[in-house]
Each structure stands twice: as structure tokens, then as C-alpha cells.
Design a protein around this ligand. Sequence first.
Ligand SMILES: Cc1ncc(COP(=O)(O)O)c(C=O)c1O
Length: 365
Amino acid sequence: MTEQIKFFLPGPSYVLEEVRQAMTGPMAGHRSAPFKAFYLKIAERLPKVLRTAGDVMVATGSSTLVMESSVLSCAASDVLNLTNGAFSERWHSISKSTGKNADKVAFPWGEAVDPDTVRAALRRKRYEAVTVVHNETSTGVMSPLAEIARAIREESDALVLVDTVSSLGGAPVEADAWGLDVVLAGTQKALALPPGLAVFTLSDRAAERAAKVPHRGFYTDLLRYRDKHREGGFITTPGIPLLYALDRQLDRMLAEGMEARWTRHELLYRRTAEWAAARGHEYASAPDARSFTVSCLRPPAGVDPQAIVKGLAERGFTIGGGYGDWKPTTFRIGHMGEVQERDLDVLLDEIDQVVEGVAAGAAVR
Ligand SMILES: Cc1ncc(COP(=O)(O)O)c(C=O)c1O
């Protein structure tokens, strides 16, 4: 039986019943031989999702844990944070709060990170690491990650730290081909898993540099994660039920195929864009930088986005409101994870009905 999805938050996203059921498996000793064999099967499949020949580690914690860990592990001092929304700003706050000498190059909300501006910044100063968010969930902007990484690699020897929290599994991410040193993502977005785990890569050159960085912490030391992973395990007790879910969802994702998954997400974005243009909902993200996984929209004049979110909730549908400063003016549709075009079509029709009601209510008043 196919499940109709009515839950379109830009994370956490809808988790299929089958994957939720997988979490009810019995507990196991995480250092036992059967559990190690189970984890090895995860370790063999995850690199196919992040497109790397290297290791992919799993942390029990949310994406922010690995954002912080990557800064602590990969730079002793000088970090450059590229910002264009709330989550890239978070990486700047993390860099400062962990005592790094952090600069930022800020792009306006709604716009992509521009590779040429990044090049210019790297010519002015040497950095040990540069952070970039591939897909800004707050604004629905997807930046040209391959070009940004190329600019960083060509202009410097800085490590490229990338947040793919809301793009991994929903848009092309090529850890090796694009020269990315740390690629991290929580599992609760386009991977369509419950929150609580984060996956990440650590390139060989990043591991070599990390070995020389003092005070990497314990829970935040990516090198420690990698060494334990190579022994077949974890630095601490992992979220075992979440790993059961990951195991099941990896099979589903790889059966669909990563390319097919990216294409499905692109089509969901295009379907949303077509509908938005016809109804007068305006994208808040620049036209050349729209996300495959989240559409951030401004409704037509006179329609309150928060009334749309509320009206949908009354009908049993969930979408995201605007984020931060954009809360009063935008709403966000998370078309990610396991959402199919038929689910999206039902949602868009529901939004039409809610907007009609909101507009009629405004006319009466
Ligand atoms: C792009 C991006 N980065 C980081 C985060 C923080 O993730 P978490 O809440 O898993 O720590 C989010 C959460 O929405 C996000 O969308």
C-alpha cells in the first residue's frame, strides 16, 4: 500500500511506515560481533549516497554536532564562513564560539554564494578551512557547490567543509569528484529518516590536518570517529534504533538510485515552480539558485503566509512557515525525502483552497 504524504516540513520530513517499524528491532551490544557485521553493511552502502570512495561515519546527534565538530577538528585558528541564510550564519556563530579566528563573507538572504567573490576573499587571506551550506533551508537557495569548491581548491589549500543537510539525497552531491573534505548531513531531511543521526565524510587530507589540530574535544573529534569506524564501531553508544531505520532506508534509496532520486526532487521543484507562477506565489530565492528540496514562497499581496500554514494544518497538512526575519512574509514547502508528485499535487490543490478561503475572508473584513 502506498502512503499518502501530508507532511511537507522542510525537515524533519515524512518517514515511511516501513522505516519507522524497522526501529522496533531488539537492542544489541554495540561492540558485539553481530552488531559489527550489521554496521559493516551500513558502512558499505553509505558512501554510495555521498559519492565517495572514502569512509562515511555516523554520529548520534543532530547536524549541528557535526558542524561544530568539523570546525573543532579541521582548523586551529583561521576559518572563513560563507553565509547566505540562517544555517550558514550558524556556522559562523559556531566558529566564533569555539574560539576560532572567524571571518565571514556574507551574501544577501535569498541569493546563492558566488564563487568569484569567494576567490577574491581567499586571495586576501589564508584560511585553514572554509564553510559553506549547499542548500539554505531558511531561504530555499541551492548554491553552486561544485564551482564554489573548485574556487576554494584553486585559490587556497583551505579545507572545504560542506553542510548538505537539506540537499543530500535530494540533489547531486559528489564528495570526491568535487573535492569536498567534510560533507555532513543530518538524516531527517531528504534522506527521509527520523532525526537523531548525522552522516559525514572526512577526506584523507582533512584527517592529516586534523591530527595536528589541538583541542578537538572528545565527542567532537572527527578523527576519533573515523578511527573507531575503521575498527567497525563507534566512539560512544550509538542510537541503535535509528541505525535500524538507516539500514532499511539505505536499501530503499539505493534501489531507487541516487540519480533517479535527484531527478524526482528536481521534478518536484519544477512542478511547484509551475504552480507558483500560475497562482502568483513568488519565489523568495534567486531564479538561478532554487532548491530542489524546499520552495520558499511569498504569497500574492493581501494573503498572510501564516494563515496558509494554519489553514493547511486544519485540513491535516503540514508545511513550513517562514524562517527568522522571513517569518511574516514567506512560507516553505519541503518537497523532499519520499514525497512523490501525486502527494505534491494534492498539497498544491489544498493550498489553492486555503488561499481562496483566506482571500474571501479578507474581502469580507
Ligand atoms: C541547512 C541546515 N543546516 C543545519 C541545520 C541544523 O540541523 P540540526 O537541527 O539537525 O542540527 C539545518 C536544520 O534545519 C539545516 O536546514
